[in-house]
Design a binder for this molecule. Structure first.
Ligand SMILES: NC(=O)c1ccc[n+]([C@@H]2O[C@H](COP(=O)([O-])OP(=O)(O)OC[C@H]3O[C@@H](n4cnc5c(N)ncnc54)[C@H](OP(=O)(O)O)[C@@H]3O)[C@@H](O)[C@H]2O)c1
Length: 293
């Protein structure tokens, strides 16, 4: 009797053939030197869009990193679910743009800190798209204060969304993402930068690293890759609100490229992990931060 979580012999053969093909292309590219880019481009041209026939759900995708991610995944062919808490108009605009470009998108309001709402979010996704292949647990909030000044309310709200909310999303993803899927949780490079006032927020983001590394192992045998993405300083209200232009410029100067990250920089990294060739990266925290740490 085959182990229920291991690939069948037939599937293992298919996987072995697929990795041989990839290896053969890589070897040929190295061998031909200057011709390599052309070969890679040809191989690329023959590929299907990575999201063709698949569905992606991105929490907190009315704006910021989530909106850029859902737009990018739609460009890659995924049918997408745009989720928001309060910004209905922004979420509807993201979906309208995707549909205008020929994509498929639904909009679902759900507070990720509410487990029942998260179940409804997944139900709506499965009903509209026939299943779910990619889940990005992106919704998050940030409250900053030195330890001595942090209020119980700010601490509790942040943990409810970032720690419990992401757990609610990842639990549902673990139950529902189809084989060969991807699950990604938004961490932060603050887990390494450790800037004053960021203590509880950094702890809530460190939880994402642990969630991803453990869940990757729990889903062994289903070809589902699970990772955390750790952006650095990204040009969204979450980062810029409450900071002076000088403080923002100071953070930008700390990056080797002397600029903040843009939401699209993070969306592109997420898309790379979701692409067929990205699947071997699993259980990791990927620091997409332009080199700030
Ligand atoms: N920006 C950065 O520099 C940075 C760096 C590292 C990591 N991150 C992480 O990246 C993620 C996205 O950040 P961002 O900068 O794009 O933030 P943002 O621009 O403030 O957007 C936050 C998104 O999350 C949604 N949201 C908030 N609370 C929610 C809840 N309880 N349920 C469902 N959705 C909720 C918001 O929906 P509404 O619009 O409806 O409120 C919005 O769509 C966060 O997890 C953040 O910690 C950001």
């Amino acid at each position: 009797m085959p182990h229920p979580t291991l690939p069948s012999p037939a599937r293992r053969q298919l996987l072995a053939a697929a990795s041989l093909t990839t290896a053969a292309v890589a070897t040929a590219a190295v061998a031909t030197g200057a011709a390599a880019p052309a070969l890679a481009a040809t191989a690329q041209a023959g590929k299907q869009a990575p999201g063709a026939g698949k569905a992606a759900l991105v929490t907190g995708s009315s704006r910021g990193i989530g909106a850029a991610t859902v737009r990018r995944l739609a460009q890659d062919g995924y049918a997408v679910t745009v989720n928001y808490l309060r910004s209905r108009d922004l979420a509807e605009r993201v979906a309208a743009d995707i549909r205008a470009a020929g994509g498929r998108a639904i909009v679902v309001q759900a507070d990720v800190s509410d487990p029942a709402a998260v179940r409804r979010l997944f139900d709506a996704t499965e009903k509209a798209h026939g299943g779910v292949d990619v889940v990005v647990s992106n919704a998050g909030i940030m409250r900053l204060a030195p330890f001595g000044d942090m209020s119980d309310t700010d601490f509790d709200e942040m943990m409810a969304v970032n720690v419990k909310g992401s757990f609610n999303v990842l639990r549902e993803a673990a139950r529902r993402v189809r084989d060969h899927g991807r699950i990604i949780a938004l961490s932060s490079s603050i887990t390494r930068m450790r800037t004053p006032t960021y203590g509880p927020y950094a702890a809530s983001k460190g939880a994402q690293d642990l969630y991803a590394s453990v869940l990757a192992k729990e889903l062994a045998g289903r070809m589902v890759s699970v990772n955390a993405i750790a952006p650095g300083v990204v040009n969204t209200p979450l980062f810029t609100d409450g900071k002076t232009p000088e403080q923002i410029a100071g953070f930008a100067q700390r990056t080797p490229h002397r600029r903040l990250g843009e939401p699209e920089d993070i969306a592109n990294t997420i898309a790379a992990l979701c692409a067929t060739d990205g699947w071997w990266v699993s259980g990791q925290t990927v620091f997409a931060n332009g080199g700030i740490v």
